[in-house]
Structure formats: C-alpha cells, structure tokens
Design a protein. Structure first.
Length: 180
C-alpha cells in the first residue's frame, strides 16, 4: 500500500478542503449544463459557508453510526472525498441498502486512482456495516462519474429523478451488490 496516496476517515481540519474539492468537481461536471449565475453562486463564499456547515454536521454529528465521510489523499493533501450511509430513497430499505451520496475527486487529480481508492474504501465500509446493495445517483447523460461507476460494475436500476439547480439535470440511479 502506498503511503503517499490513501483513503482515511475525514477530520474536522479537512472540511475546508472537502468544500473546495466539491465546488471544483461540481463546476467541472455540471458547468457546461448550468447557467453562469448558478455557477457563480456555487463558487460564492455564502455557498462555501453553507457547505462547510453541512460537512461539519455530517462529520461531527452524523445521523447514524453508519454514515461516513472519507477522504482520498495525495502526499497528505486531500484531493477527493466520498460520503455514504443508509439509502434515503423511499423504495429502499435503509437496513440493507446504502447510498454513496457524493464521490468527487478534484479535477486536477482525476485519473490518478483516487476515485477507485475512494469507491473501494466506501464499499469496504458498507460491507462492514452490513449493507447488501449500494446506490449512486449520476447524471443521465454521458459523464466521467457515470462512466467510472459503470466500468466498476455499477448498473442503472431503472430509478430516475431530476435535479434543478437552475437548469434541469436528469439523473439515473446506479446500483451494485456489495454483499451476498
């Protein structure tokens, strides 16, 4: 195992960097699909403050003991993160169905193995926590996150939804069995 690149549980000191990674990843992934005013808002200090507050709460007072926030590091610098826990969709059973709520790598560090390390660590935690199925919502249109997850064996399960952060973004839900 490399001591230069690994995944570990997030710490409070990581929250600011997690927000930076989130904003950079969102701008990279959703940027071509969103109006400029929405992109400006995502990158605003007000949005960053809200994101920091949300991640601080997720880390210091998670809703359950099975909620996790993991970070990928490269030479001790946080370059990606994954948030996971019980599935929240009404057609899922939170006792056995889990969701990867977020899986992001800073655009400057994609294709360096961080996403794979994060996804593998997330699945390890889900198995340890007794989950059988994992879910991940991705853009319906072709995009790097969907391609990455599908290359790792995740498949659409037929569920769809639409986000509207200023422009409609059709999403599909991918699933993978993580435990027998």
């Amino acid at each position: 195992m490399s001591t230069e690149r690994f995944v570990r549980p997030a710490r409070e000191a990581d929250i600011g960097t997690v927000v930076e990674v989130q904003v950079a990843a969102w701008r990279s992934m959703y940027g071509p699909l969103l109006p400029e005013r929405v992109l400006a808002e995502i990158g605003s200090e007000e949005a960053a403050a809200r994101f920091r507050e949300q991640w601080h709460g997720a880390l210091t007072a998670p809703p359950t003991s099975r909620h996790r926030l993991l970070v990928a590091t490269d030479h001790r610098a946080v370059v990606g993160f994954a948030a996971l826990g019980p599935a929240e969709d009404p057609d899922c059973w939170p006792g056995t169905d889990a969701e990867v709520y977020a899986l992001h790598v800073h655009p400057d560090h994609v294709r360096e193995g961080h996403g794979s390390r994060l996804l593998n660590a997330a699945v390890d935690h889900l198995v340890d926590d007794g989950f059988h199925t994992a879910l991940l919502w991705v853009l319906e249109s072709a995009n790097p996150l969907r391609s990455f997850a599908e290359a790792a064996g995740w498949r659409p399960d037929g569920a769809t939804r639409e986000l509207d952060p200023g422009a409609p973004l059709p999403m599909v839900r991918l699933h993978a069995a993580v435990s027998g």
